[in-house]
Design a protein around this ligand. Sequence first.
Ligand code: PBG
Length: 323
Amino acid sequence: MLQRPRRNRKSQAIRSMVEETKIGTEHLIYPIFLKDGKGIKEEIHSLPKNYRWSLDQLLPELEQCMKLGIFTYDLFPAVDEGLKDKIATYSYAEENFYLHAIRKIKETFPELVLMSDVAMDPYSSDGHDGLVENGQILNDETLPILNKMAVAQAQAGIDIIGPSDMMDGRVKSIREALDQHHFTDVSIMSYSAKYASAFYGPFRDALNSAPKSGDKKTYQMNPANKREALIEAQLDMEEGADFLMVKPALCYLDVIHLLKENFNIPITAYNVSGECAMVYAAAEKGWLNYDLAISEMLLSMRRAGADAILTYFAKDFATLLKK
Ligand code: PBG
């Protein structure tokens, strides 16, 4: 045998030298759920180790996570049912606790990068990402609502807008609205290839945002389709997106790879709630090693081509890296 690949694996030093994929805390985006009130830290039943935080509890938590090297956070509001309506009015209301929280976090930690979803579901009495009329999700009528939501978040100090609604034309619409309000520096990380997935369950529990009727298949993509992801990504890029996201991540590593090969802006992957919940549950039963499993999962997303990864494992993984 002239070629013995095992020679390049014979010691830790050599294995490290030839390691192809690197992952560090700079690649992590930590999703965080916010709730109005004080003294609140409620664990999410289907997503252990993740909480609905009130602002006062969250600030020290953010400080701790920053010490671990996590500087980018994706925030989501858990909104009281009574504040939801058909047109998501609360999403851009003056008194919106979430917008106030964004402002306060940016004031306290100006070095943090804050991202926020733009979609109607956390604020909608229908539990859909767009405007519902007679059981239909109306595309063009949804866009002005998304624009108002995005501008309100930008006014509060958000750094990255994440349109997760999958309406056609939303990136262009939001980009123009931001620019008209002089927020030319606010970025857009578009949920480009977002699939109608079974893995969003724990997230919908966290926000109580599941659709009241029907499903999201007329706007989120069919898991069977890969070439369609190229169309979505192409449109988002032409419409002004700064990042293209693939979501979920683990079942869609091929799509991450496809976008990485075809587009020259950063590609991100959303390691969604259900993917993390599976690992929490199996580890709790002692069926797999949590530290090894999350490391391998996140590494595989980077290997597939993700520049950054949104993951509920962010804090645990950063803690591991520190060790
Ligand atoms: C809202 C949104 C969802 C997620 C992120 N933004 C759920 C959905 O589309 O129903 C899922 C994230 C996760 O499961 O971790 N549009």
